[in-house]
Design a binder for this molecule. Sequence first.
Ligand code: DP6
Length: 322
Amino acid sequence: MSSRVTAVAHANIALCKYWGKSGPLDTPATPSISLALDSLTTTTHVSRIDGESDEVLINGQVAEGIERERVVRYLDIWRSENYISGHLRIDSENSFPMASGLASSSSAFAALATALNELSEQRISQTMLSQLARRGSGSAARSISGGLSSLSSGDNPASRLLVPAEDVPWGMVVGVVDSDDKKYSSRAGMKLAEQSSPYYRRWVLQARHDYRYMLHALRSWDLVEVGELAESNSNAMHGCMLASRPSLMYWQAGTMDIMHSVVSWREEGLLAYYTVDAGSHVAVLCHLDDLSEVAERMQSINSVVRVIANRAAGPAGLVACR
Ligand code: DP6
């Protein structure tokens, strides 16, 4: 049995968003489809320790408060199901900004679940691993399978690989804009939207419709159809968020600058489509051949502080065990 394990997972950005929970296992209220991104990675080392409690390090700093609690509560799920026992040291590094709507929890919990699986005393199937990753963060289920993956809204769902990374002809350029850590976590934001947004129910219906249409559109690899749908789906989710009371306004001025720019690039003939998660940064979907053109244009927007170009990434995996 291994005593120290290292796993890597890639963050993903959804083309059809998961926003809302239902049921006891935090089952997603909306089905989703996402693309895993090769430049956004979390590397997590997990080792057994003799101490009285777990040790959690994130980006080289000892995690405290809610950040630490979230990880320890997650380890408790694995312990309560007898998949692991004893205390652990978790040391996790992200290649990109956290807690600002850049999907860091997707790669973080996918890498952690993959490492825990290797330390586990039981055999866990890929389906179960994705379900367990989802208990850490809904979007993490999709980072287990990588590429273009879907996650349904049914009972205790696991992700399904739709298209492996090497067959995806599109990439995403992420524009990072200046922002503080987000005020509402996804979990808190989803709850607020469900409880107070007059559009929440309508959003859930629309998201289910978009999901079916997206599965269909992906079969023809039509970037116009897929991109328009991804943009509308993101706008619908933000409409629901904005109408929450108090408003979930994740956008900053820089977010709007990028969205408007993308629309004007399209008018000039560059096929590019934006999507925004629960944060201020913007991911722009385009053909792989246009990745550097989109990255260059993004760089020239004043409010953009960092540009990260991505191809599709593969599944979460182990990099070392001993
Ligand atoms: C807007 O997976 O971060 O990025 O399950 O509460 O951890 P929790 O939420 P999380 O939510 C992702 C929301 C989203 C859309 C998406 O990735 O599908």
